[in-house]
Design a protein around this ligand. Structure first.
Ligand code: WQD
Length: 345
């Protein structure tokens, strides 16, 4: 029995595939490389010395998707594939709704047809909208402040309805806080297209000389130093959370949401200072206006995942910054150009 990983060539997907392979799972990866690079798949093989099946397909291609299920014995699906840039989603909402929601409906429909009803869904803390307080627990009100967040919220609702229609489904919704860092080898890591939207890749590109200075969005928030506070979590801790969620969906029924965070918030300037300590590089920055849509403080209450999944984050901000820098300094241009990689099965 194999585990199907959609979007397995991406940042969180590739790190989760490494953990799955290292734990003896048989993998099938699908990816359309719209926001990832074939090179990451080659490196997954190199890190783990394990092989896996790969299909370059889009979830919108229903025929190709059915072929994967028809020719493989799939036990469960971990669904990462989706567009995730908040700003971009505001400018091209229809593309986000079609890609993320239609793609997920296609996936679930084909899963249903082939009797595969174990699903781990890559959701996001963005479904908490603009929370009034932190720490945030799973029973907090849900809302969306942008089309990207609305796709995550809608998909969570779709999956709840799917379970109501058929109680044989077993679904876990993982709400990620702020994933950063990289595999300790420095061979795989965060590889954003163009100018990074997120803090850590921006900092690491300043450190490696690709960008001049960090713009700090807001210095007048009610926080320790006036800059935004977030719950950063090491991507390998996020990956191990997926393995616990996979066990959960294989051995139980129902739909449950879990926060994947550390429960600790750090400000932008605290992250900059930690990164400078780990890299030995001074990060130049400039205070600018707040970024529209940002909240002052957002961090998780991760106790439900601890109690119900037996999972807690193990790595601290030191490891997150150390590993983020190790990846960036070894890969100043990320996976650079798309390479022709022999992924023939
Ligand atoms: C973190 C902090 C910024 C960049 C986003 C998405 C969310 C999720 C995680 C997908 C904030 C500050 C950032 C910069 C800065 N993605 N910042 N200068 O906004 O918490 O969450 O990524 O699910 O959906 O919204 O992460 O890394 O963009 O920002 O000062 O150049 O860093 O203001 O306080 P965010 P982020």
């Amino acid at each position: 029995m194999a585990i199907l990983v959609t979007g397995g060539a991406g940042y969180i997907g590739s790190h989760t595939c490494v953990e799955l392979l290292n734990n003896g799972y048989e993998l099938i990866i699908i990816d359309n490389f719209s926001n990832s690079n074939p090179e990451s798949l080659r490196r997954i093989k190199e890190i783990t010395n394990k092989d896996f099946y790969f299909y370059e397909i889009d979830l919108l291609d229903r025929i190709a998707l059915e072929e994967v299920f028809a020719t493989n014995n799939i036990e469960a699906v971990i669904h990462f594939a989706g567009l995730k840039a908040v700003g971009e989603s505001v400018s091209i909402p229809l593309h986000y709704y079609h890609n993320n929601i239609t793609g997920t409906i296609n996936l679930c429909d084909v899963m249903k047809k082939y009797g595969v009803k174990n699903l781990v869904f890559s959701s996001s803390a963005t479904v908490y909208g603009m929370p009034d307080s932190s720490p945030i627990s799973e029973d907090f009100p849900l809302s969306a402040t942008n089309p990207y967040g609305r796709t995550k919220l809608m998909i969570e609702d779709i999956l709840q309805d799917l379970f109501v229609s058929d109680n044989n489904w077993s679904i876990v919704l993982l709400r990620y806080f702020n994933p950063i860092g990289a595999h300790e080898s420095g061979m795989i890591g965060e590889n954003p297209n163009g100018i990074p939207n997120n803090l850590m890749p921006y900092i690491s590109q300043v450190a490696v000389g690709k960008l001049d200075e960090l713009k700090v969005f807001g210095s007048d928030y009610p926080t320790v130093d006036g800059t935004g506070v977030r719950d950063y979590i090491h991507v390998l801790d996020l990956a191990s959370g997926h393995l616990k969620a996979l066990e959960k969906v294989i051995f139980s029924k129902g739909v449950e949401a879990y926060n994947l965070g550390t429960g600790t918030g750090y400000s932008v300037l605290e992250i900059v200072a930690a990164f400078e300590r780990e890299s030995g590089i001074k990060i130049s920055y400039r205070m600018v206006d707040r970024r529209p849509g940002d909240v002052a403080i957002c961090y998780s209450d991760p106790s439900k995942a601890k109690i119900k999944l037996g999972w807690t984050a193990q790595r601290g901000i030191k490891e997150m910054c150390r590993d983020a820098w190790n990846w960036q300094k070894k890969n100043p241009n990320g996976y650079s150009n798309k390479t022709e990689v022999d992924l023939s099965n």
